[in-house]
Design a protein around this ligand. Structure first.
Ligand SMILES: Cc1cc2nc3c(=O)[nH]c(=O)nc-3n(C[C@H](O)[C@H](O)[C@H](O)COP(=O)(O)OP(=O)(O)OC[C@H]3O[C@@H](n4cnc5c(N)ncnc54)[C@H](O)[C@@H]3O)c2cc1C
Ligand code: FES
Ligand code: FES
Length: 1325
């Protein structure tokens, strides 16, 4: 074995890379980004859960003489593993400088790229699919994209762009002319489309990079032992099995690194250090496949994708009765992780990781699999049974033993094998509970001869339900046996109430549900085989998953509009192509400057404590660590202020939440800074009784001031006149922003007079500038903040960003060197807070026809440890508490709870999604109490004619009613409602539900000074125009719309206009880009500036009417006319007087109505949205593709909020959910199967540019339509159990909550533990 490291050799984008100092701890992602400056591949999570870092890996396989291409996550791929491989990144497939690839083009032109941060990953997943299968099915496409998260688009446009590669994609078949609309065969007034497929480049596989012949030769040669040495870790890749055995014998603690999907996250996130790792990828025996008469031996090194395709091939060779286990395994493999994970994760790695909720282990165990292992003592076979898995991450094998292969046996006639799993999200999620079940009958009988059942997710490791099996064995397969088995199973698999992972009742009920399912499926088989006769209960079919074509309806622009005038046309996001090619530059893509340092914050590990000491000496001794920044280093203000409260930049003497920043380590690299941060020791003295939940805060009156309240009419009197009263409550969880680009900033000292150039991903460069100037005690004119683009923000890049950038500036100022800070996903989620969780209690008085006469609602929000923007959020909660309803006597109060959790902050919708959920839930309760159709109750209470809100704001709700009526028609509501009712009568274990939800949303800032904007416009001598304005581009297409506005005002095409960035030295004192007001305000400033310039050119146009734009510009220049102008918009003087409880806080209302239909699996709580129809009034859309993109994206973010995303905190206040593996945002699998958006026609809005309306935030709330559709389905399930009337379903309606609310018989069997009698695993904050 070489003691000097070997040379690593692989190819990237056709170019050879040799590395003499390959560090085993370096992953491909950082190698690409930092070493090779290939920044198209993005960091989103670092743990394989988001797909932003997807690349294609190609390898030559000498055995089959083929080249294998697979997608992989660069963040988990050690560079050392790549010896002999060819890697293709997004830069390697196309660029704007050469030729863009059809995948890049189609995703961009189909409007599938908003902030663009996920786009290179999407492109590479799709590209890899096409390399393997140039004409994929739609199912192939959705499978390929299942591991790629997008927080902006809602996936519909990405799927639509990608499906153009599918053969079936050629016609939507829904054109009202009954003809094909996609290829333009419709009638003369054919509705406009968002993109034109005819423009697309054809896919030409001959244009792809060839596999390097040098690597083929290398692969054909005999393998060599390789050693790589890094700073802390040695990597050895043995060339033979013998060598591997020797190595493992002498280093039993050293792990075998295969896919690195378990070891990698352990090393990264848990700080596990392995001084030696062994990579056995050259050991042929680990990849061998041998068929025998009993089954198949599969090499432990085979990837899960290889195992899946092997089993799929074998299905074709053997009769069905022999492949029961194979089919069950295929089904599990399809749902396990995502494609990128399955492509690298090995079969042996999955078994040996011994995860408590491994999908494969319960099934392999139930299926009588066994493994062959080897060590210096020889080989042996070990059955995979209850004795194999001995604890969390532990198996019975000795440390020196190597898993060589796995035997997957054939099934026998009369033997049936099934697998079931339930996960928080349908795809890309570890299961909550998973199971493998096998039963064998005596020939021709229903008597069980042998049965085997294993579960994952029911303890620290895979567990056997041996006693349950014993209770079933030798008994007939019938309901009596089954009902005995349930009782035994319940006693056998007991989970303590505080079991890790929580969801105790749900998990226990799932074991029963799965057994029931197994019973039904086997019974069906026995019937087919003639053993069972008569009527049997039907097998529960899986939920539908086939994506249909979707519709996007908008109006044509007027026939008189000039071709160059793009206003009202579906123009592609101006950066979409560069985003798809990976050329678009985000903050962390900026090249390193000379001597640049990296900063990593150190956060509190206590929720409420005094800091008694801070020892940074160990950190400072580590390689590369330069400094530790503490509060005492801050030369200026050490706090940020809001509403009279202050927030410390760095805690000095006391901490008030886990995740509060205490100090920050500065080092010469990201890795060194992280290691330094881990070495800082802070000692604490805990302070008594930290407060975490809303209830605790209420009990101890821990509130921030001011508390807000509002009242109209006389609520007490209203209650007296009401026919009926009802009191209810609803709780709503918080939400993590999960912008794909984490908090990022780079502060570069200019070198004189404390001048700083700051590149920061923020929605408010002026706030960042102000914060830095106060922190460093320097005037604002020394700080220039630049924002080129933001990889998603959603409200989360405002207050915390200014704190982080202030700390980074202190470091840069102190070192007089550039300092970069880019948060890891885990730190970002821990530190930055999110949407406020809310508890609402209400009393409502109503008449028997459904009219609500009075309502009193108390809202409690969990504000966290600092005030942040909570008061403004509370105000918006109260201002929207009426939604679309005219409640004559209405009272609301909102208290912000001060707790020891990270501070919550602005989030798209800013309190409205919480507020509207409450009022809609209250309406549902009224309808359920009266037994009336809920739509009738909604309609009867809606504002009619000229109306006045509870804060005395006059408006006309006509367009609200138009949206309601048109949505009823477009969604074919009545007929589908009847079909849903019929479905529910015919199905016991699956229920459908429908909901129709309206929205009225106020646009504008209630704080008058925020309604202003400015712009700076330069016309250059060549006629090109540079537009600069105060808004930031975060994916919402603001710059695209601003280009359209400037184009109309200057009468030139958009191609002559460029928007380079937002910066504080070009447009000062800007407002945050927020509140859906960015377009309304900045466009007016641009309009103003352009009109000034256009007027200046007037004499030259008049003098030479036939001249060109360029000629007028040139003439004006020669005539000494200034070609630069500022534009300004003094927006409406909106206000809200909280003493008088009245005001005009909004410029206007935006309206919409959404209809959703879902199908719910009563036994697992799983659901699927079958169809969504959204009708929206956004006036005259400036750009239908951008606006529809906002509508769909916000809707899907709402679906996440109301049905999926759950923040979990430990009893000591630590956020458990710190990455996409634990926190599930919607993925492609959550897309409604049919997703239709219609923009209301003939709507005008005199209050905003060209009669448009703001749209960024409102439709997030419409995601709640899925929640209410689920609630409707749950009501149908409950009625089967004899339960009618109002019931509480809290948000998010996760499978757990949905299933429990359905009150299925299994749920009723589970004993519940008394609250307070145990310490729950997670808090209900
Ligand atoms: C985002 C994500 C999602 C996931 N989702 C799921 C899911 O839904 N369901 C599920 O079941 N799993 C899931 N997983 C887990 C994944 O399947 C396992 O991490 C993977 O199978 C481990 O294989 P590996 O080759 O990557 O192992 P490695 O990380 O390379 O190694 C893991 C361990 O196995 C040992 N090992 C590997 N091979 C051998 C061998 N031949 N002999 C002895 N020891 C060996 C190593 O020493 C090491 O301790 C997910 C993982 C990620 C990152
Ligand atoms: S960054 Fe690699 S999967 Fe998220
Ligand atoms: S466009 Fe997908 S994350 Fe922003």
């Amino acid at each position: 074995m070489s003691e000097v490291g070997d040379q690593l050799c692989f190819f990237i984008n056709g170019k050879k890379v040799t590395e003499s100092h390959a560090d085993p701890e370096t992953m491909l992602l950082s190698y690409l980004r930092e070493r090779l400056r290939l920044t198209g591949t993005k960091y989103g999570c670092g743990g394989g859960g988001c797909g932003a870092c997807t690349v294609m890996v190609s390898r030559y396989q000498p055995a089959t003489k083929t080249i294998m291409h697979y997608s992989a996550n660069a963040c988990l791929l050690p560079v050392c593993q790549l010896h002999g491989a060819a890697v293709t990144t997004v830069e390697g497939i196309g660029s704007t400088k050469t030729r863009i690839h059809p995948v890049q083009e189609r995703i961009a032109k189909a409007h599938g790229s908003q902030c663009g941060f996920c786009t290179p990953g999407m492109v590479m997943s799709m590209y890899t699919l096409l390399r393997n299968n140039p004409q994929p099915s739609l199912e192939d496409v959705t499978q390929a994209l299942a591991g790629n998260l997008c927080r902006c688009t809602g996936y519909r446009p990405i799927v639509d762009g990608c499906r153009t590669f599918c053969q079936e994609a050629n016609c939507c078949q829904s054109n009202s002319f009954g003809t094909c609309c996609v290829n333009g065969e419709g009638g003369p007034d054919e509705p406009p489309l968002l993109f034109d497929k005819d423009e697309f480049l054809p896919l030409d596989p001959t244009q792809e990079l060839i596999f390097p012949p040098e690597l083929i030769l290398k692969a054909q040669a005999s393998p060599q032992t390789l050693t790589f040495r890094g700073e802390r870790v040695r990597w050895v890749s043995p060339a033979s099995l013998e060598e591997l055995v020797q190595l493992k014998t002498s280093n039993p603690e050293a792990p075998l690194v295969m896919g690195n999907t378990n070891i990698g996250p352990d090393m990264k996130f848990k700080g596990v250090l392995h001084p030696l790792v062994i990579s056995p990828t050259s050991v042929m025996e680990l990849f061998e496949v041998t068929q025998t008469s009993q089954g198949v031996w599969v090499g432990a090194g085979c990837s899960l994708s290889e195992v899946q395709s092997l089993l799929e091939k074998l299905l074709l060779l053997y009769p069905e009765e022999k492949t029961e286990l194979f089919r069950a395994l295929i089904q599990q493999l399809r749902n396990l992780g995502n494609q990128q994970i399955r492509n690298v994760a090995s079969l042996g790695g999955n078994i040996m990781s011994a995860y408590p909720n491994s999908d494969l282990n319960p099934l392999l165990a139930a299926g009588n699999s066994r493994v062959s292992v080897i060590c210096d003592g020889g080989r042996r076979e070990v059955p995979l049974n209850q004795d194999f898995f001995i604890g969390f991450g532990k198996t019975i094998l000795e440390r020196k033993e190597i898993l060589l292969s796995v035997f997957i046996p054939f099934s026998r006639k009369w033997e049936f094998v099934r697998a079931f799993r339930q996960a928080p999200r349908k795809d890309g999620s570890f299961p909550t509970v998973t199971t493998g079940m096998r039963v064998f009958f005596s020939k021709g009988s229903r008597v069980v001869q042998d049965i085997s059942i294993y579960f994952g997710g029911m303890g620290p490791t895979t567990v056997s339900a041996a006693e349950t099996c014993a209770a079933i064995s030798s008994r007939p397969w019938d309901e009596e046996t089954l009902s005995r088995a349930y009782d035994v199973l319940l006693d056998e698999l007991v989970l303590p109430p505080s079991a890790p992972g929580g969801k105790v009742e749900f998990r226990r009920s799932l074991t029963l549900s799965f057994l029931f399912r197994f019973y039904l499926e086997v019974l069906q088989k026995l019937k087919e085989m003639g053993v069972v006769t008569g009527d049997i209960q039907e097998v529960i079919q899986p939920l539908p998953r086939e994506i249909q074509h979707s519709l996007q309806e908008f109006q044509h622009v007027s026939k008189n509009q000039s071709d160059w005038d793009s206003v009202g046309r579906p123009i592609m996001h101006r950066s979409a192509i560069s985003q798809a090619t990976g050329e678009a530059v985000y903050c962390d893509d900026m090249p390193r400057t000379d001597g640049e340092l990296f900063l990593v914050p150190v956060t509190s590990s206590r929720a409420h404590a005094k800091i008694t000491g801070m020892d940074v000496s160990e950190a400072l001794k580590l390689p590369g660590v330069m400094d530790v920044i503490m509060a005492k280093d801050i030369p200026g203000k050490k706090v940020r202020e809001s509403f009279g409260y202050t927030e410390e930049l760095l805690a000095e003497s006391e901490v008030s939440c886990i995740g509060q920043m205490v100090c920050a380590v500065v080092a010469d690299s990201r890795t060194h800074a992280k290691r330094g941060a881990a070495a800082v020791k802070i000692s604490y003295e805990d302070l008594p009784d930290p407060i975490f939940t809303i209830e605790e805060a209420v009990e101890r009156s821990s509130f921030f001031e001011p508390q807000r309240d509002i009242e109209r009419g006389n609520v007490s009197e209203g209650f007296r006149t009401a026919d009926r009263l009802y009191e209810g409550e609803i709780r709503m969880g918080g939400q993590e922003h999960f912008y794909m680009e984490t908090q990022s900033m780079l502060v570069v000292p200019v070198g004189e007079e404390v001048e700083l150039n700051v590149y920061v991903s923020t929605q408010s460069p002026a706030t960042a500038q102000e914060a830095i100037s106060e922190t460093l005690d320097i005037p604002s004119n020394r700080v220039i903040c630049h924002v080129k683009r933001i990889g998603g923000a959603f409200g989360g890049k405002l207050t915390k960003t200014s704190i982080l950038v202030s700390i980074t500036s202190v470091a840069a100022w102190k070192a007089n060197r550039a300092v970069r800070c880019v948060l890891d996903r885990g730190d970002d989620m821990l530190i930055s807070g999110g949407r406020h969780p809310l508890l609402a209690k209400y009393k409502v008085g109503f008449m028997s026809d459904g009219r609500i006469v009075a309502a009193d609602i108390q809202y409690f929000m969990n504000g966290g440890n600092t005030l942040d923007e909570s008061v403004l959020v509370a105000e918006k909660v109260l201002l929207h508490m009426d939604n679309a309803y005219n409640i004559p006597n209405l009272r609301g109060s909102c208290s912000i709870c001060r707790t020891n959790l990270p501070s919550n902050t602005a989030f798209r919708g800013f309190g409205v999604p919480q507020s509207l959920l409450v009022v809609e839930n209250m309406i549902e309760d009224v309808a359920l109490a009266l037994g009336r159709p809920v739509n009738q109750v909604r309609k009867i209470n809606m504002y009619e004619g000229t109306s006045i809100t509870h804060y005395k704001f006059q408006f006309d709700p006509e367009n609200l009613h138009r949206c309601w009526e048109e949505c009823l028609v477009k969604s074919n509501y009545s007929a589908r409602r009847a079909a849903v009712d019929q479905f529910n009568q015919q199905n016991r274990w699956k229920k459908r539900g429908m909901a129709l939800i309206p929205i009225k949303y106020g646009i504008g800032f209630a704080e008058p000074f925020l309604n202003q904007a400015a712009a700076l416009i330069h016309i250059y001598k060549d006629g090109s125009v540079l537009v600069l304005h105060g808004g930031t581009e975060m994916g919402q297409g603001l710059h695209t719309k601003m280009q359209q506005v400037a184009s109309r005002e200057l009468h030139i095409p958009t191609s002559k206009i460029y928007i380079s960035e937002t910066s504080t030295n070009t447009v000062p004192n800007t407002m945050p880009t927020a509140a859906s007001f960015g377009t309304d305000s900045n466009s007016m400033a641009i309009k103003n500036g352009c009109q000034i310039l256009y007027r200046r050119l007037e004499p030259f146009r008049r003098k030479n009417p036939k001249g060109s734009w360029e000629s007028w510009v040139k003439e004006a220049f020669l005539d000494k006319v200034s070609l630069s102008a500022t534009g300004f918009f003094r927006g409406p003087d909106l206000y809200m007087d909280w003493d008088k409880k009245e005001g005009q806080p909004y410029a206007y209302f935006m309206y919409g109505v959404c209809c959703c239909e879902v199908e719910v699996d009563v036994l697992t709580g799983d659901y699927r949205t079958l169809r969504t129809d959204i009708m929206i009034d956004i006036g005259r859309s400036l750009n239908p593709s951008v606006d529809i993109g906002q509508i769909e994206g916000a809707f899907m973010q709402g679906v996440g909020l109301y049905t999926l995303e759950e923040l979990k905190f430990s009893p000591s206040g630590l956020l458990y959910t710190r990455g996409p593996t634990q926190y599930k945002i919607p993925a492609v699998c959550d897309l409604p199967l049919s997703f239709n958006v219609y923009l209301l026609s003939d709507s005008n809005n005199p209050h905003a540019i060209y009669s448009s309306k703001g749209i960024g935030e409102p439709t997030l709330f419409l995601g709640s339509t899925v929640f209410f559709a689920i609630k409707d389905a749950v009501a149908a399930a409950r009625s089967e159990a004899g339960l009618v009337g109002p019931f509480q379903l809290d948000s998010p309606a996760t499978p757990e909550k949905t299933c429990l609310a359905c009150a299925a018989p299994f749920i009723q069997k589970i004993p519940t533990s008394k609250p307070g009698s145990f310490k729950p695993w997670a808090l209900n904050i």
